[in-house]
Design a binder for this molecule. Structure first.
Ligand code: SRM
Ligand code: SF4
Length: 513
């Protein structure tokens, strides 16, 4: 059933109207019909909006070639799953590719509507789903990429992330209880000491914390980025044990947000806007009532005491004789041959498992010491290096103008070209995290970067040209805080010289020649 909002609102936005008319998830039963009639004959709202409830995105930039956003809980997938995804995109030739996203997830491109029912059958056969991955739903749930591998880990997040996803999506089959939130919603569960998931930018994040000697999570809420406003999450003054309590708390917060969150202005509908209106104490007490029991107060401090790691390279695991190998995937872009190769490499040298990171890279875990040497000779590792140049290593970019109609500039291709040019001319002594995002929606998270570049339009020599607003000062890991805009409207053609100056003056770079 579609949940009716309980708050008294005089006006609701057009999204609320169409959601009330027909829940997005309803189109799940119409996919065979859509496949028969073709996208041109579909109802416009079904095509442009409701399909997103099953993770299928109409792309106005490439009409007829859809994007499919999956769910990859904790960023973990098997070689078999990767191979199925590779087969899906392979048939679309040059149109087919996949992107690793900033939520430890995968998006496939080039998808034709007529193939969707068959693609879904194949995804379900390997326990994958794309349900509720777009629009007013909970996005892919992120967790520590090193879960279960890291000797210094505090809490293994894998099962918890999976349980929260299963609760929200009804084990991947779709759950109408949570398909009509006021807006999108992000959840992250950190289990390590370095805040690998960027807890602070999620609507709910669980952060390891000892309370009276017992290990559990402090909970922060309300973090989000939008074109109008960006906020770091704030403490909810709640501590939970790393078990069912996490799932129950997510359920209760979602129910409270669903039933009380603001729905009139879509620009003011994320959880933080409800917190603004109510105050954090009222949110906390309403969640307690929903839950039917009191919540424990937060532990005095959390256990995040490390700088963030990028996981690129070869590192020993807590399991003796085993290693994980982090590969740099420039801006997260994969093509079918890469995906087949990654699946094979994971199976031949590791345990068949692959892990995605929020930096859009891939980790191959469980590689035995004796397999490392041969793994390093694999041709794919020339392209996806475990030892890349320092700028490539931490480069992140959103989709940008190639596929996204919100984009004000091209991002991914430009980002890769520019770092190659900078690396050719400069010695850069340490990692500099550069994040690109094509518009103020901030999907590429410029606010968490050392150098964040947000697409804009600007003027040069009397003409409108592609440009960026420059963000600096984003701090990740322990004591994370958001960077801010320090300069506006830099034309992209001037960016190389602007970044060269910043790298030299602020990051110790020196010219090569
Ligand atoms: Fe995003 C909308 C891509 C992470 C904030 N985002 C979009 C759409 C769906 C717009 C559209 O329909 O074209 C983009 C799809 C483009 C495409 O074809 O790929 C899009 N967002 C992405 C991805 C793929 C960027 C990437 O290259 O990695 C990320 C997918 C994550 C996933 O797997 O689910 C992605 N988006 C984010 C993040 C980062 C994060 O979650 O850590 C943010 C900021 C954090 C947040 O949401 O609080 C983000 N995306 C937005 C917003 C602004 C939300 C708001 O409250 O206003 C929009 C626009 C909207 O929702 O109206 C948006
Ligand atoms: Fe598209 Fe803008 Fe998000 Fe980039 S930041 S993917 S351009 S909506």
């Amino acid at each position: 059933m579609v949940q009716a909002p309980q708050r008294d609102e005089t006006s609701v936005n057009k999204f609320e109207k169409f959601k009330a008319e027909k829940d997005g998830l309803a189109i799940k039963d119409e996919l065979e019909h859509f496949a028969r009639i073709g996208w041109e004959a579909m109802d416009k709202t079904d095509l442009e909006h409701r399909l997103k409830w099953v993770g299928v995105f109409y792309r106005p930039v490439t009409p007829g070639k859809f994007m499919m956003r999956l769910r990859v809980p904790n960023g973990i997938l098997t070689g078999e799953q990767m191979r199925v995804l590779a087969e899906v995109v392979q048939r679309y030739g040059e149109d087919g590719n996949a992107d690793i996203t900033t939520r430890q997830n995968l998006q496939l491109r080039g998808i034709r509507l007529e193939d969707i029912p068959e693609i879904f059958r194949r995804l379900h056969a390997v326990d994958m789903t794309s349900v509720q991955s777009g629009m007013d739903n909970v996005r892919n749930i992120t967790g520590s990429p090193m879960a279960g591998l890291d000797a210094d880990e505090l809490i293994d997040t894998r099962e918890l992330v999976r349980k929260v996803q299963d609760m929200i999506t009804n084990y991947g089959s779709g759950n109408p209880e949570f398909t009509n939130l006021p807006r999108k919603f992000n959840i992250a569960i950190e289990g390590g000491r370095d805040n690998s998931v960027h807890a602070e930018i999620n609507d709910i994040a669980f952060v390891p914390a000892y309370k009276e000697g017992e290990l559990g999570f402090n909970v922060v809420v309300g973090g989000f980025f939008s074109a109008k406003r960006c906020e770091a999450a704030i403490p909810m003054d709640v501590w939970v044990r790393p078990n069912e309590e996490v799932v129950e708390l997510c359920r209760s917060i979602l129910e409270v947000y669903r039933d009380n969150g603001p729905r009139s202005n879509r620009q003011k509908a994320r959880l933080m806007w409800l917190i603004d209106e109510w105050g954090i104490e009222k949110l906390r007490s309403t969640v307690e009532r929903q839950l039917g029991r009191p919540l424990a107060t937060a532990a005095e401090k959390d256990a995040i005491d490390w700088e963030k790691r990028d996981h690129i390279g070869i590192y020993p695991q807590k399991q003796e004789g085993l290693n994980y190998v982090g590969l740099s995937i420039p801006v997260g872009r994969l093509f079918a041959p890469d995906m087949f190769d990654l699946a094979r490499i994971a199976e031949v040298y590791g345990s068949g498992e692959l892990r995605l990171t929020v930096e859009q890279n891939i980790i191959i875990p469980n590689v035995a010491n004796e397999n490392l040497e041969v793994l390093l000779t694999e041709p794919l590792l020339q392209k996806f290096s475990p030892n890349p140049n320092l700028l490539e290593r931490t480069l992140v970019s959103c989709t940008g103008a190639q596929f996204c109609n919100f984009a004000l500039i091209e991002t991914k291709n430009r980002a890769v070209e520019l770092i190659h040019e900078l690396e050719a001319e400069l010695h850069i002594p340490r990692g500099v995290r550069i994040h690109w995002t094509g518009c103020p929606n901030s999907c590429g998270q410029p606010q968490v970067a050392d150098i964040g570049l947000m697409g804009t339009k600007t003027r040069k020599d009397g003409k409108t040209v592609e440009g960026v607003d420059l963000y600096m000062g984003g701090k990740v890991g322990k004591d994370a805080h958001l960077g801010t805009c320090v300069r506006k409207g830099i034309p992209c053609e001037d960016l190389k010289s602007v970044l060269t100056t910043i790298l030299v003056e602020q990051f110790g770079a020196t010219p090569k020649a």
